[in-house]
Design a protein around this ligand. Structure first.
Ligand SMILES: [Zn+2]
Length: 78
């Protein structure tokens, strides 16, 4: 599958750090499974991973932090 951003890179399975900003607060999800472009480093999350990322973000923001880094759970669907 080709990257839709740069249209030249190929996507490879890997892990990436996902930064989500919401309401002026930032949550960094570390090592989320993703497909990563080998040319421009754009990443693509599948639906299950994206859902989990947003659950982590919601849970983290609910605890009221301004900036937080959370490791993606090991054993989650890749
Ligand atoms: Zn690309």
């Amino acid at each position: 599958m080709k990257c839709v951003i740069c249209k030249t890179g190929d996507l490879r399975e890997g892990r990436t750090n996902v930064t989500v900003e919401r309401d002026g607060r930032v949550v960094l999800i570390k090592d989320a499974p993703a497909e990563i472009c080998d040319s421009c480093d754009e990443y693509y999350l599948d639906d299950a991973v994206a859902q989990r990322v947003y659950e982590l973000v919601d849970g983290t923001l609910a605890r009221g932090r301004e900036f937080t880094a959370v490791a993606f759970p090991v054993g989650a669907p890749a």
